[in-house]
Design a protein around this ligand. Structure first.
Ligand code: CMP
Length: 138
């Protein structure tokens, strides 16, 4: 059944000029790009997005990084989108990511790992709502 997931092209990938190449991989894998924005988060906005990680030791580093430059948040649609997109991204740590995955090709470290993707239906709903209003998803 058709499902929505949420993704972000992160500041490292944008700075390297990999945005278009990553979007091409996503399109080739059969995802429909329902909505996309170009924005720079404030530190507070990054903290709000990643609130589930607030107690982790890397929270400061993560939210500094995610507010360090342009990002492209987007909503994608496909059958089984959440699980299929996680497969397409590869492991969080690019050193462990499979050949052909986005993180294997474009990420440089566990922190600067090029792309984010929702891990479950509830998180996808929260993450889509954090960046997009209902009227932008028609
Ligand atoms: P993401 O899928 O965006 O969700 C949480 C992020 O935290 C994750 O990708 C990583 O980029 C980041 N992260 C996870 N573990 C570490 C770590 N040990 N050091 C820095 N960042 C991390």
């Amino acid at each position: 059944m058709s499902q929505r997931t949420f993704s972000i092209i992160k500041p490292d990938a944008v700075r390297k000029g990999d945005t278009a190449a990553i979007l091409a991989e996503i399109s080739k894998a059969g995802f429909k790009l329902l909505a996309i924005k170009k924005i720079v988060l404030t530190k507070k906005q990054a903290e709000g997005f990643y609130y589930v990680h607030a107690e982790r030791p890397f929270f400061g580093e993560l939210t500094d990084f995610m507010s360090s430059g342009v990002i492209y948040p987007m909503v994608l649609e496909k059958d089984n989108a959440i699980a299929d997109f996680r497969k397409l991204m590869g492991a969080t740590n690019p050193a462990q990511a499979e050949e052909g995955t986005i993180r294997k090709q474009f990420a440089s470290s566990i922190g600067e790992n090029a792309i984010h993707g929702s891990d479950a239906e509830e998180t996808a709903a929260f993450e889509i709502g954090y960046f997009f209003a209902g009227y932008e998803l028609k």
